[in-house]
Design a binder for this molecule. Structure first.
Ligand SMILES: *Cc1c(COP(=O)(O)O)cnc(C)c1O
Length: 369
């Protein structure tokens, strides 16, 4: 069986180093807001090319705090892609703001910059872009739009650690940007974890307080904050994993090349890199009109796959039930998102997969009738 993901195998090459790091924290008697976190924050900021990194409890919290820092008045609008993972949209709702969904380009899976302008009005306060599946958005055009309209720009980099647009790492382009270190992400912890990155010292200082009950001096609370701290054990694990991130990304790139060269063209393959775009292949998405049958066929041939994602945000029951005034729900309003969700299939592309594994997936797919 070729599994889709296996975290034990993925982490096996780093296991003894990680065990040492965990034991170091376990024996230190210091578990929250200590040296391990400070070290990781410095290392990740240096790796990514940011001045500041603030570790938080999850990717969702990193997005929520990025918006919270601005104190936008309730009901203001945030532009967001219609085909993103639900967390991006939840972070907007958690701040009392309105998500305004913009369709993606079908082949890049990323927000269509040409469709952003139509959705901007006096209520718009921010654009939240998502570098989905590890592919950076067209940031030159998007930065231009945000500047022209005086909008805050936030990058959701949860799937794109180390991806580059015009040689700059994602997370260095927007004003304040969010990462997730959920275990399956390209840089994954041994539990929940996330980070906010920015070059603005005022924003960094405020988010540092917001993640810790709105306080920087114990028992003195300046803001209505959250408890969203990245703990010492996760920080220590992430410091080990960060050293191997480039290695993980290049392995995934090598697997991407096997698919790209080998798969027949009737499978709608993801776009390759371009002059300005360097991807990190968080997943390998193809599209196929008989997606469910194809998934079944692969499983019969002992190959596991996933779907990212089966239901688009605007059709999620949770949003329809509680927040129908905040999101436009009708079927057909976002046909591109709906088509992606109906036809997308993610093929194995984890760090533990071998070239031979991927060649086998290609061979099995290419004889599918
Ligand atoms: C994983 C993910 C998140 C949320 O991260 P968590 O750490 O699970 O909270 C947000 N946005 C995108 C695009 C993601 O893939």
């Amino acid at each position: 069986m070729i599994e889709y993901e296996n975290l034990k195998l993925l982490n096996a090459p780093f296991q003894s180093e990680i065990d040492e790091a965990i034991q170091r924290v376990s024996r230190s008697g210091w578990y929250i807001l200590g040296k391990e976190l400070e070290n990781f924050e410095e290392e990740f900021a240096a790796f990514n090319g940011n001045k500041y990194c603030i570790g938080v409890a999850s990717g969702l919290d990193a997005l929520t705090l990025s918006l919270r820092n601005y104190d936008f008045p309730e009901g203001k609008e945030v532009i967001v892609p219609s085909n993103t993972y639900i967390a991006t949209i939840l972070s907007i709702l958690q701040n009392g703001l309105k998500p305004v969904l913009v369709e993606p380009e079908i082949n890049s899976y990323n927000i269509d910059p040409n469709k952003i302008k139509e959705k901007i009005n006096q209520n718009t306060c921010a654009i939240m872009v998502v570098h989905l599946y590890g592919r950076p958005c067209e940031m030159d055009v998007i930065v231009e739009i945000s500047k022209l309209n005086n909008l805050v720009l936030i990058e959701d980099c949860a799937q794109s650690h180390g991806a580059k647009f015009e040689k700059r790492n994602v997370g260095t382009i927007g004003h304040v940007n969010a990462f997730s270190f959920y275990p399956t992400k390209n840089l994954g912890a041994f539990g929940d974890a996330g980070a906010v990155v920015t070059d603005d010292p005022k924003i960094a200082e405020k988010i540092r307080k917001l993640r810790n009950y709105g306080s920087s001096i114990k028992y003195y609370n300046e803001f209505v904050g959250m408890n969203s701290r990245l703990d010492e054990i996760q920080a220590a694990v992430l410091s080990v994993k960060l050293k191997y991130l480039s290695q993980i990304n290049s392995h995934k790139k090598a697997l991407f090349e096997i698919y790209d060269k080998g798969l027949l063209n009737h499978f709608k393959k993801p776009l390759p890199d371009s002059e300005s775009i360097e991807q990190v292949h968080h997943i390998y998405p193809i599209r196929h009109n008989e997606r469910d049958k194809l998934k079944e066929y692969l499983l019969k041939n002992e190959i596991k796959t996933e779907i990212h994602y089966p239901i688009p945000p605007h059709k999620q029951l949770a949003l329809a039930k509680t927040l129908s005034n905040d999101v436009e729900f009708s079927s057909g309003l976002y046909p591109i998102a709906e088509e992606i969700h109906a036809t997308e299939l993610s093929l194995p592309i984890s760090y533990f997969h071998t070239i031979a594994d991927i060649k086998r997936v290609v061979d099995v797919l290419n004889v599918y009738q």
